[in-house]
Design a protein around this ligand. Structure first.
Ligand SMILES: [Zn+2]
Ligand SMILES: [Zn+2]
Length: 166
C-alpha cells in the first residue's frame, strides 16, 4: 500500500492522502482517506476508486441517481488509471459495489404504500406518482454529511455540512 500511495502522491500532487479507518474522498479538503495497514487487492482498488472521484472532481450530487452515476464513472476512471499502476480491478467487484448502490436506490425509491418505483423530487424527498404518498430518506449510508459545532462558534471547514464519497 505504501508504494502505491507514494506513486499516487507523486502523480497527483494536488490531492491529499490521509490514513484513516475507512476509504473515502472528502472534496472540501481534497483529501483521500485510506486504510494504511490494508495491503489487499480490494484496498488498492478502493484507493484507485477514491482517486478517480478526485480526478473527476466529484463534489456533490442533486439526487440519488446522480450519485449512482458518479459511482459508475469513478469505477470507469479507476479501470483506466489502473493500467498505469499495473493493477487489475476485478470486474465482479465493480459490479458488486454498484449493485450495493442500485439496491440502496431501489429501496429508497420504492413507495412504502403501494410498492411502485418512483422518481425522487428533491434531495432526500420522494413522492409516489401512483398513490401520492411522500417520504423522506436519510443521506446516511453513502454520503456522510455531518455538522460539528465548536464552542468558540467560529467558522471553520468542519462546521460546514460536508459531502463525502465512498
Ligand atoms: Zn404509492
Ligand atoms: Zn465511490
Amino acid at each position: 500500500m505504501t508504494n502505491l500511495i507514494e506513486l499516487l502522491r507523486y502523480d497527483f500532487p494536488d490531492i491529499n492522502f490521509s490514513p484513516s479507518n475507512t476509504f473515502y474522498w472528502s472534496p472540501l479538503s481534497r483529501t483521500i482517506h485510506y486504510i494504511e495497514s490494508n495491503n489487499s487487492n480490494r484496498a488498492k482498488w478502493a484507493l484507485l476508486h477514491e482517486v478517480s472521484h478526485a480526478i473527476l472532481n466529484h463534489k456533490s450530487y442533486e439526487n440519488d441517481l446522480e450519485l449512482l452515476t458518479m459511482e459508475a464513472l469513478a469505477w470507469q476512471k479507476a479501470q483506466e488509471i489502473s493500467i498505469k499502476y499495473d493493477i487489475n480491478i476485478d470486474y465482479e467487484h465493480i459490479q458488486n459495489c454498484l449493485d450495493t448502490y442500485r439496491n440502496w436506490l431501489h429501496l429508497r425509491s420504492t413507495c412504502p404504500s403501494c410498492g411502485i418505483r418512483t422518481l425522487q423530487i428533491k434531495s432526500n424527498h420522494y413522492r409516489c406518482h401512483n398513490c401520492h404518498t411522500e417520504w423522506k430518506v436519510t443521506s446516511a449510508k453513502f454520503c456522510r454529511p455531518y455538522r460539528k459545532i465548536n464552542s468558540q462558534n467560529k467558522k471553520s471547514l468542519d462546521q460546514l455540512d460536508q459531502v463525502t464519497f465512498v
